[in-house]
Structure formats: structure tokens, C-alpha cells
Design a protein around this ligand. Sequence first.
Ligand code: ATP
Ligand code: MG
Length: 722
Amino acid sequence: MDVSRLLDQLNDKQREAVAAPNANMLVLAGAGSGKTRVLVHRIAWMMEVEAIAPFSILAVTFTNKAAREMRGRVEHLMKAPMNSMWIGTFHGLAHRLLRLHYEDAGLPQNFSILDSDDQYRLIKRLLKAMNLDEKHWPAKQIQWFINGNKDEGLRAAHVETHNDPTQQKMKEIYAAYEQTCKRSGLVDFAELLLLAFEILRDNESLRHHYQKRFRAVLVDEFQDTNNIQYAWLKLLKSPENSMMIVGDDDQSIYGWRGANVENISHFLKDFPSSITIRLEQNYRSTSNILQAANAVIANNQGRLGKDLWTEGAEGKKIALYAGFNEMDEARFIVSRIKQFFDDGAALKDCAILYRNNAQSRVLEEALLHEGLAYRIYGGLRFFERQEIKDALAYMRLINNVIDDAAFERVVNTPTRGMGEKTLANIRSHAREHELSMWDASQTMLSAKLLSGRAANALQSFIDLIKKLTEKVAPLPLEKKADDIIKGSGLYAMYQAEKGEKAQARVENLQELVTACKQFEAPEDAEEMTPMAAFLAHASLEAGDAQADADQDAVQMMTIHTAKGLEFPLVVLAGVEEGMFPSNMSNDEPGRLEEERRLAYVGMTRAMQQLVITYAETRRLYGQDKYHTASRFIREIPTEYIEEIRLRSQVSQPVHNRFSAASSHEAFVDSGFTLGQRVAHKKFGEGTVLNYEGAGDHGRVQVNFDDFGSKWLVLAYAKLQKV
Ligand code: ATP
Ligand code: MG
């Protein structure tokens, strides 16, 4: 047996982890030290040397993309397909388990998955049905409450309210929500995890079956597991099998969503015989980048402590650019990417990472302006778009008529003259008799409980769904989708709308048919119909895989989404106080440290070049905010930084509003420049932010230190340079 290929490209410590006897193990190590590589090689090692069947291995990662990559790498090492191996995200694996054991979980076979937006809408409707004012009971807050409790393993019945009336009400809403979901065969993301946990906890023979089956359980990015995920993993553990967890406490960035970094110490306590292996050599980044990242994270307290070094070259210094405003910042970023591209890199070697999805728009405009292709991960993804969700709701209803969320979404889309009152009637009938909306509609129609117009509208909807169900039954998936989109009237509805947006919607609907055509059900979907498999894929992957992954394009995503990935060039954009760390992190202890870990994650994605930018003024919620560099920038020793100063070129912002040359020249003629300090008789000192128009109409925007930002007519303002 030649196992050298499994060990050759590893250092001693990595080898030790890969070839350790079949024991419980923690690999604790900093970014880029080869944790994920070790995990992949360990899987191959276990199959090859310990003769463990692929069928007996379960590996969990954080994103679908990472799961696909991991499967690919194992297959590459083993030179064989690994279909029977369970590799996926916690949600994906929980879904797989629930599909196989839906009866144990008390679910209908064709249960539907609610994504976060579906869940939000469902809660909104529920609040209405319960006559609760959303001003006092914001749906978002309820959603947070429900998911938070589920993540702790708590059903409504178990929530402790301490006689607090608010908590009691929330608990009541949670209970009503549970009932609605149960009645309609709906499972939200948190529920996937909770149910997967409960069926193993409550069913001993099932638990033993899986404990015996999975001889090795491996978890990447363990620092971001939450309590229910860890509890689920523990149910899979027996004295006979082994668990390997891989992680980095410095990269724990989902505390705000219930992740619990203490799970690392819980693991060591729960499995005291575990071996701990630390990896200290970083293979990803240049030494400048690594030292800078190490210096930033050193400001956190209570770390498990790791030394990270590299044999790599010193590399370029970190380029730091202070944009005058967000447009200028974007323009600089694009110029840097172009430079990197001209030097021979591919566009997909470049990543722009930001704190919030909302930051992408200005960056997109700048990329478009220069004609550079880009691809956004996360944000509003394909399957989350309005028209796609409409079409999917029709498909869901045809797949599972009791899916109330889908019913509500399309019963009056396109409009069929169904009033809100009729719907409210159906809702309360459904609740009273514990029926789905679909069944409630039928009984109300046969008992003639609805008035003529409403009854007709409802009847035509029911007939439509029945007709479509029958018609598409024998067709292949893409024909089904096509018939449903057209037969439902959705296509015609969006076609009749005017404007570019509607046109894009029609194209997206066509794209959905293409997506169905290209869809290959995963190997583990054998027991699902193609349509059910497609619907599950749409909810769980939300279309990240949809866009052409091979296309050469600049990669854009939040830092959270970039976890585990690496790119030759990384730009961290918007690194300003108030944005990153976010304002919110001032309120809660521990949040600032989590923001700092996020900065560490962001910086350590870079292999060769790291660029950090911020904007001194930024338009947020319609107001110009004056920002200073983030403390995280100040925490980087200056020796690793090269400040880029291009101030003289800055007076050519990329925004269209400024492209009129006359206005620009008039402004230059006026003797002022953007970013310049000026004084006004009444308002005192401030900084020039913007200008528009020319001659007598020329106006300038100044951010006054004491009065905030104001637009002034240049001819009257009598501004003095200071
Ligand atoms: P993160 O904490 O960001 O998830 P990680 O610890 O999982 O990082 P990997 O992604 O596994 O690190 O490895 C980082 C990079 O270093 C990858 O490009 C990987 O191929 C490379 N690498 C890892 N180990 C070695 C090695 N022994 N020799 C050469 N390259 C290596
Ligand atoms: Mg990794």
C-alpha cells in the first residue's frame, strides 16, 4: 500500500494529525496553517489505512462551497467517487437525516423548507392572525427569539419566561408558530437542526444505528458550531467511533448568531482522552500580511494562544488608502485590481471583502464602469429573488399542497381578486379546525362559507393548482417548471410589467427553467422526486452554485462568507470606525473582540497582497457621515503598511453626477478641492465633500465640524480656505 501521496505534502505536525491512531482529536491552529488540508488527508488516510468505508465517514463543513470542494479533494486523493460519504453542512446533513427518517420526525414525506425570508413572512401573518400589533411585536425580533431558542434545543413548551409578560407572549407566539409549521409540513433552518437532534436523542435504535455506522466524524471550522450542533455531534459519538474537530478560536465570528467557541473546551472535557495537535506554520500568506494579522489579533484577551510563522517571503507591504468618499474608495480599489490583472493575475484571484452586503453597490458601479466582470456571493441570491420565489412557491404547492407558506405567497399572485378579508377568513378557519389553508379552502367552498366573488376566485385558484399538478406529473423537471411558470400566469404577469426590472424578472424566470434543466440531483437524493430535490437545493443553497463558478470574475463577498477561503489579492473595504468595528459592537461586551476576529479572518484570506481601504465620508441612510480609520488599522504596526496618497487625483470622483466636465472645471477654477478644509462665517470650519453645477449655480457641500453637512451656493457662501 502506497500511502506516501497522503503524507508527502505535509509537515511533521500535519502528518502526525493525519496518521494518528483512530482517536478523538482536536487540531487547534491559526489561519492558513493547513487545518482543512489535514482534515481532507485524514479522511483519505482512514479509508486507505484503517479500511474505513466511505459509507462510514461523516464530515461537516461550514458552507456548501466548502463541502463541494472537500468532496472533490477527497475524490482526487482516492481517485474514486465518494457518493456514499456524508459530507455537507450541518443543515444539509440534518436535511438528509430527516428525509430518511421523516416519519420519526413527525413530518410528511414531502415537507418543505422555509428560508429566512419565508419564515419572516409566516411570522408576520401569524401576528396578524393573532391580532398582535407589529409595533410592539416586531416580526424580526420574534424570528430571532424562535431561532435562538431552537438553537439552544428549546421548544416553546420548554422556554422559561420567569413570569415576564413579554417573554410569555413571545412564548405564546412561538407555540402558535410551531403549530402552523407542523400543520403545513414546514421546516425552517433552525428546525432542521433541532429535529435532527431530537430524532437521535429520542430514538435509541436510530441513534445506535448511526453511532455504529459512522466510524469517523470530522468537523471543520468547529469554533463556529452552536450548542444544538454540538449536541447533535455528541449523539453520534460512541466509545467505538472517533471524532476529529478542527478549528481556530481566533476565527470564531458567529457568536452573534449563537455559535459557542467554548464548545472547543467542552469537547476536551467531554472526551478527555483526546489528542490535541497544534499547527504553527502558515502556508498561505506573505510574512508581512501574517505579522500584521498577528499584531491585530494580539489585542484580544483570553485567547487559547497560538504562534504562527511562515517561511514565505516578506512580500509587499499592506497598501492602505484613505478614500475621500466611498466613490473615490471604489475607484481606487478598481484601479488596484486592474493593476494586479495587468501584471498577469486572473480576475478571480482578486477578492473584495466588506463588512456588510450593502457596501457592494458602490463597488459594483465602479467595476461596471471599468467593464470588469464580478461575482457576488451571498446577498440577494438567485433563489431569493421575488419572481423566483413566486415560481418556487407554485412548485412547492404542487409538491406539497399543505404548504401554507407557499399557498399564501401565490394564492393572489397574479391577482385573482382575492381580498385580504377572504384570506383572513380562510386563515382563521384553518387555525380553528387545524387544517392547512388548502384543506380549509376546500371545506369552506363545499360548505358555501364564502361569498360569490371570493368563492369564484378561490375556486379558480384551486382548479388551477389541481390542473397544473395533473398536467406536469409525467413531465421532466424543466418542462414541469416551464409549464408551471407559464400556466400559473406568473410569466405573463411579469411580461406585462414595464421597465428594465420587469424584463430582468422575465429573464430570471427563463433562467429558472435552465437551472432545472442543468440540475443534477445529488447522489444522496435517491429517495426524493427530482422536483423535491430541486426545491431542497433551492432553499439550502440559495443559488450560490447557480452562477458560473468558472467564469473569470472579481470575487465579492462579506468577510463572514470568505471564511476558510484564500485569494492572491484581497481588498478589505470600508475599514472605518462605526462600520468595522460596527457601531453596535460598542453596546455589548465581547462584540468588539468578535469584530477583531473578523478583521483577522479578513486579513488572513490574502496570499500575496492585502489592500485596506476606508472612506473619510460615506453616505449612509441618506446622510453623509464623517468617518475615521478603524482602530484595527491603527493596531497594525506601521512597518507593515504603505500609505497610498493620491489626493491630487481625487477630484475626479467616479459618480455620474460629477462627470460633466464643465462642472468639474468650474469647481477647480473656484480654487477649492474635495477634502479641503474651509471656514464659513456662521458655521465655522468644515471639510468640502461634494460639488455640483457651475457658475452662479455652482453648489458645494461642506461637512461642518459643529453643524454637520450643508449644501451652499458657492457664489454666496464666501468660504475661506484654512
Ligand atoms: P483557515 O483557518 O483559513 O481555514 P486552514 O488552516 O484550513 O486555514 P488550509 O486552507 O488548509 O488552511 O491551507 C492554507 C493553504 O496552505 C492552502 O493553500 C494549502 O493548500 C496550503 N498548505 C497547507 N499545508 C501545506 C503544506 N504542508 N505544504 C504546502 N502547502 C500547504
Ligand atoms: Mg480551513
